[in-house]
Every structure is written in C-alpha cells, then in structure tokens.
Design a protein around this ligand. Structure first.
Ligand code: 1PR
Length: 535
C-alpha cells in the first residue's frame, strides 16, 4: 500500500491498543508498527496511544532510543497524535510513582486529581471540553462529550498556554488536548468516544479536509452520568454462546426443558446497543467461575468482533482468577486478564476472586499484592479494574450482634424488619460469604479497584427499580465511581437512582434485551430531568 494510507503506530506493548488499531482500520488506513527509532523518524503520520504507567513507559522509550526519535520527530513538526498517556509523556515530569522525568517538550508537571475535593478518582466517563479556536482536529466537537479514563492530569499555565487547545473541568480545569502545528495530543480517548471521537481521528488522518467550520464555543459541563448496557453471556445447552438474563440470577426457563434463556447473540446485541447510544457495554461471562474462560474461545472472539465496530468502552468479567487446566498447566489471573485486554476489553471485572481477596485483607490487614485484583491493577492501572459485587439483602430485627454495616431500610422486610445488611456472594450468587457489601467495597478500593459494579440479587430482573438504600450506602462509602445495577424497569428508575444516590452510572440488561425501552429514551428522559448525559 502507498505511504499515504499508512499510519505508524507506536505500541510498546504495555496494554490494549486494539481499539486504536480498530479505529484506524475503520477509517481506511493500514498500520505500520514501530520497531526501531528510524520507523518513527520515517513516519508520515504517527499515533502514540500511551498505556500503562508513566515511569514504565518512559523506561521503555529511553532504553530503545525511541524517546530521542520522538523528540526529533515532534521537533520537526511532523504529524503526531498522542493519546492519554501519549499526551502526558510530552510534559516535563509526572507525579505518578514519581517524580518521573518525561519528554520535556511541554512545560508543566502531570499531577494526580485530588479526590478530597469530592470528585471521584479515576475520572472515568464522558465529559465536554472548552475548545480554543485553533484546535483543528477538535473542530467538530462543539460541546459533545468525549470519553476520559485517567487519574493524572496536566494543568494549564502561562508557560504552556501556547500548547493548550482545550480544557475540561473535573474539580480542576485540566488540559484535555494540546496542539502546535501538526503536533496534537489528547487526554481523552477518541477511539472510545463513539462518532465524535472517530471524527477527531478522521481530522487528524485527513488534514485540511473541509476545515471550514469554526468550533462552537464549547461550554464547560459536568461529567455525564453513564448508561451502560450489560450482556450476561454463557454457553447454552446446545453449546452456543448466548446472551441470557436471569431473575434474581436464575437464568433457566421454568418450563419442562429448563433451558438457559436465550435473548440473542452477543456481538449483534452489543453492536445494536452501541448504535442506540450506550455509553459502555459490559459482558459478564456468568459461568466463568466454573469453566475456564480461556477455554472459552468464543468469548474472546466475541470481544474481538465487537471491538471492531463498537467505539465505546468494553468491560468483560467472569472467571478472572488463577487456574490450573486439566493438563496441569497453570494460568495466573493476570494471564487471563491480559488475554481479555488483548482481545479488545478496556476494563476487566472481577467478582468472586475479589471477595476472597477482600476477606483475606480484612482478616490479616496485609496487602499481599498477589490477588488478581492487585496484580491486574498494578500492571494495567486501577482504571482498568472493576469489582463486581453480587450482594443479597439480609433483613434483621435489630442491629445488635451484627458484625457488618447495617442500614435502616426504606421498605421493611417480610416480617416487618426495619434493618438489613447486604451479604456478598460468590459463584453467581450460589454461595453467601461472611462479608458485607460495604466492607467489601471499602476493602477493594484499598486493594486497587478503580470502579465498582454494584448488583443486587434481590432486584435483578425484577424491573421494580434499583436498590436505592444499597447504592446510596456504597456510593457514599468509596471515592471511586460506582455503577448502579439490577432492577431497571422504566426510565424513571434511572433518574431516581442517579438523583438519590452518588452513583456515576446506571447499568441495565433485561429492559434493553426485551426492547421495552430503547437506550435513547432513557437518555432523553434523563436530559429532561436535568441530568447530564451524552446524547
Ligand atoms: O465471579 O469473577 O467469575 O464473575 C462472574 C460475574 O458474572 C459477576 O460479575 C456476576 O455478577 C455475574 N453473574 C454470575 N451469575 C450471574 C447470574 O445472573 N446467574 N450475572 C451473573 C449477574 C447481574 C447483572 C445484570 C443486572 C441488571 N447479572 O449483570 O445484568 O442485574 O439486570 P436487570 O437490568 O435485568 O435487572 P466471577
């Protein structure tokens, strides 16, 4: 292929850049991977999607001469697009496990968001920008939302104001993008920002194509509340991977055959929900606790196919733990997670194994660093690790002698009980454990979880609304984002949970699968209720 349709990609192997590759291919370009510093110097256009930790990335760039080549390339004003860490590395230094020296092309220090100001860290989700007038690749954005996921950010100052092409508000006003000539970098993820993000990439790849429009004055907005579509996936009795949906976690039909309920094909449904405006798509491999997920090649295929066309974040969960297969081959949880990331996942979700890790941590007070949660979080960053909690409500008459966090419930239990605690379960709700959802949430935040997916077995599939008591309890207990799940049956349930609790997102399954309410209607309702959403 001619050099004109080739994008040079700097991927130093620290994480999932599959979605960047997919987006580039989607726009009709071939990819040439950087092998040597010369490849950088010879590039027609270079994309650098930084992933992983700042120090590790600088180490790799310094060791193989890439850092120098990058500085030369950028110094010559050659077409460059840095993404996320690919923006941060251009600055003088970062406080991430540091100070650590960066490429020193832009004045300023990359620091951590301050979670004490009430803003949850990581900054995960869709936010709008204030765009400067000569932003070029951002000219189509206006005040549409783009997807961010990061804990560190650079701040605008007098020293770097020549570079700053847009800012975003999240506690601080931070740098969302920089631009000088042909050199661009963005803190957000264009490859995960749906059509808006694809248009940013298109403007970079096809420069000067219809740059006529002046940007709308982007006005500062708040982080949008996310609406997430969840696909519970498992193999049915015929051996096909299907989207299923339980009633309080029971996914079998109550007919003679007792079949696994089949609500459609995972790749098709994910594609549909993307088109309908889902802010994220989550796949839960619900038999992963029993069957080894890497034996489950179809699940990896589902991710690969989905990520080719779905340009919003994908989360996958189920079966992330250490495993020894029937041949005695040992797989670490990190290998399992890595395989999911390589196949197109942006985040992985851990259920059962996080419960065991939290129990041990609470018992010993020691962080061993060995749990799946800690390992994946260390290697891929905490923004890539979701902990899925499957609690069941336990009503009690009084609060005496309960070693777990008890709340006064809004609706009394079947025997008039006024109190409850929420017991964590493992193995798809089959086994209750001696730990409460509150205790678990606090512990997993300390162990490195970046987000909590909060289910509720009592509400799952009932369509009667989210468990507001539970979601309030957990979202007030942690400073990482909480995704409210289980029980959505009407648009009002979404506004209720987002107004009455501090949840950052609302997830639903059945209501979308049964086509009762399209995602767009949920968004329109939220907008009407003056809740910030991405439309
Ligand atoms: O324990 O790490 O292998 O992870 C297993 C994962 O599979 C966990 O995230 C667990 O929540 C999930 N899971 C296991 N069994 C089931 C089941 O249903 N039998 N599904 C299951 C969890 C709950 C939500 C559901 C919401 C919204 N399903 O995913 O989508 O409740 O539903 P609704 O809107 O229809 O009410 P591990």
């Amino acid at each position: 292929s001619s050099g004109d349709s080739v994008v040079t990609l700097l991927d130093y192997g620290a994480g999932n850049v599959r979605s960047v590759r997919n987006a580039i291919k989607h726009l009709g370009f071939d990819i040439k991977d950087v092998q040597t510093p010369e490849d950088i110097l010879n590039a027609n256009r270079l994309i650098f999607p930084g992933v992983g930790a700042f120090a590790a990335a600088m180490d790799v760039l310094n060791k193989n001469g890439m850092a120098e080549a990058l500085c030369t390339y950028i110094g010559k004003d050659r077409p460059f697009l840095g993404i996320c860490l690919g923006l941060q590395l251009l600055f003088e230094s970062s406080e991430e496990n540091g100070p650590v020296k960066g490429l020193e092309l832009i004045p300023g220090v990359v620091g951590r968001f301050d979670s004490s100001s009430g803003f949850r860290v990581p900054h995960i989700g869709w936010n709008a920008l204030e765009v400067a007038s000569d932003s070029d690749i951002l000219d189509d954005i206006g005040n549409q939302h783009v997807y961010f996921v990061h804990s560190y950010r650079a701040l605008p100052s007098d020293d770097n104001k020549d570079w700053v092409s847009s800012t975003c508000n999240y506690g601080d006003k931070f740098i969302a993008s920089v631009r000088r000539g042909n050199v661009h970098a963005v803190q957000f993820h264009p490859e995960k920002s749906a059509d808006v993000g694809i248009s940013v990439l298109r403007r970079f790849l096809y420069p000067k194509s219809n740059i006529t429009k002046k940007p709308d004055e982007g006005k500062a907005t708040k982080l949008a509340k996310r609406v997430i579509a969840c696909l519970d996936v498992r193999t049915n009795d015929k051996g096909d991977l299907v989207v299923t949906k339980g009633d309080q976690y029971d996914v079998r039909e109550h007919t003679k055959g007792n079949e696994v309920r089949n609500l459609g094909k995972p790749v098709e449904l994910a594609g549909q929900y993307y088109k309908d405006g889902a802010d994220e798509v989550t796949f839960l491999n619900i038999t992963g606790f029993r069957d080894f997920p890497l034996g489950d090649l179809p699940m990896l295929q589902v991710l690969r196919y989905t990520s080719e066309n779905v340009f919003v974040p994908l989360t996958v969960g189920g079966g992330i733990r250490d495993f020894t297969d029937s041949n005695g081959r040992h797989y670490s949880s990190l290998e399992v997670a890595s395989e999911y990331f390589r196949s197109g996942a942006d985040k992985i979700s851990i259920g059962s194994d996080a419960v065991y890790a939290a129990e041990e941590y609470l018992r010993t007070g020691v962080k061993t660093g060995k749990s799946s949660l800690e390992q994946v979080s260390r290697v891929y960053g905490n923004q890539a690790v979701v902990v899925s909690i499957d609690p069941r409500r336990v009503y009690i008459k009084d609060t005496i002698d309960v070693e777990f966090k008890v709340i006064r419930v809004s609706n009394p239990g079947p025997n008039g009980e006024e109190y409850a605690w929420y017991q964590c379960t493992v193995n798809g709700g089959r086994e209750g454990r001696p730990i409460g959802a509150y205790e678990l949430a606090v512990a997993v935040e300390e162990l490195g979880a970046g987000e909590i997916l909060l289910n509720c077995i009592d509400c799952d599939g009932q369509g009667k609304g989210f468990d507001i008591d539970l979601i309030k309890l957990i979202s007030d207990a942690v400073s990482i984002p909480v995704i409210a799940s289980s029980g959505a049956g009407a648009v009002e349930h979404f506004s209720e949970v987002l107004k009455k609790t501090n949840a950052s997102a609302a997830l639903a399954a059945g209501i979308f699968h049964r086509k009762e309410v399209p995602i767009q209607c949920v968004k329109e309702h939220l907008l009407k209720e003056e809740i910030e959403v991405r439309i």
